[in-house]
Design a protein around this ligand. Structure first.
Ligand code: FAD
Length: 296
């Protein structure tokens, strides 16, 4: 199907893009990678009157680390940039594990992490990853910039807190307090599918003690699910069989899966427990960065 008629603008500056969005109001949409927006428009689930393509806005394709270790991912940084990133491989095990299991190479070449956060699909992988890392989104609008914690960014399926004339310009991941470990595991029916179950685990360790933990779940509820009780079961403790098992049970309890053609609710809940245990056990055994895999 063809999309409804729309006006297309491709401004060359952020201010121009914001001004176009401001004038367009609720009928305007940002286009980044287009990997979610364009299919929705073709299916006529979305029919914006104005599409503001930000791909000509310079200086948004970066991902880089500040001197204090804060990671910044610009609005035009593609999934493929993150998949190939040495910076992520060296410092961000959960992100490095997630990047190669998002969609397929074609989608990864165009789609963006920030676009995925904005799209707020309950089956989007990056939202869980960024949530587990305590990340945030920086938005810019006519009134200036504001930083929104990821935990407050998504308000429901396909909904976020951005005003119609705000653009998410970057995502931020705070620096680790100690050594960072973690992973992302995803159960999918075929390579390239959205997650039947996805689990993001991020921990920071100092002298063998977990100083910070984050666990978030993909595809097992109406939106991305944080599992703070599971994370709290790890904080201040070392990673032992007992603490790992307790965190895995609590994470499984936080899941809200539904039975469908991809599996029963019970099976999906069991997979959450298994994935949490698997990721944490690998950190315990000193191989935190080898958790990039797809589960069949
Ligand atoms: C076949 C296929 C398989 C896929 N599989 C997966 C998968 O396994 N896992 C997964 O996580 N995703 C998957 N995706 C989605 C993909 O990751 C998208 O790239 C991502 O969801 C959206 O990023 P985008 O840059 O393409 O955003 P767009 O499609 O350009 O935009 C998506 C939405 O976000 C808004 N938006 C985008 N950027 C901004 C911004 N900077 N500021 C404000 N609003 C913005 C747009 O207005 C729109 O509403 C798949 C997509 C396809 C087509």
């Amino acid at each position: 199907m063809y999309p409804s008629r729309f006006r297309y603008e491709a401004p060359h500056s952020l201010n121009e893009a914001i001004s176009l969005l401001h004038d367009g109001g609720d009928d305007a949409k940002v286009l980044a990678g287009g990997q979610s927006l364009v299919p929705l428009m073709k299916l006529r689930f979305a029919s914006p009157e104005l599409v503001v393509d930000i791909n000509n806005v310079p200086g948004l394709g970066y991902h880089r680390s500040d001197p204090d270790g804060t990671l910044r991912i610009g609005a035009l940084c593609r999934h493929a940039d993150l998949e190939r990133s040495d910076l992520l491989r060296g410092t961000q095990p959960t992100m490095a594990a997630a990047a190669p299991v998002i969609a397929d190479p074609i989608v990864r070449n165009r789609g963006t992490l920030v676009g995925s956060l904005c799209h707020a699909d309950p089956q989007g992988d990056w939202a869980s990853v960024v949530l587990s890392l305590g990340g945030s989104v920086v938005a810019q609008g006519p009134g200036g910039r504001r930083t929104i914690p990821m935990a407050e960014f998504v308000t429901g399926p396909f909904e976020n807190v951005l005003d119609p004339d705000e653009i998410a310009i970057e995502a931020l991941i705070p620096p680790a307090q100690g050594v960072r470990g973690g992973g992302y595991l995803k159960l999918e029916r075929r390579v390239g599918d959205f997650a039947t179950v996805g689990v993001a685990v991020s921990v920071e360790l100092s002298d063998g003690t977990v100083t910070r933990a984050g666990i978030a779940l993909t595809g097992v509820g109406g939106s991305t699910i944080a599992a703070p009780e599971a994370a709290a079961a790890l904080t201040g403790r070392s990673l032992t069989a007992e603490t790992i098992s307790r965190a895995a049970d609590l994470a499984a309890g936080a899941a809200r899966p539904r039975t469908d053609h991809r599996g029963s609710a019970e099976y999906k809940r069991h997979m959450v427990q298994t994935f949490v245990e698997r990721i944490l056990s690998r950190i315990d055994h000193g191989s935190a960065d080898d958790t990039a895999e797809r589960a069949a």
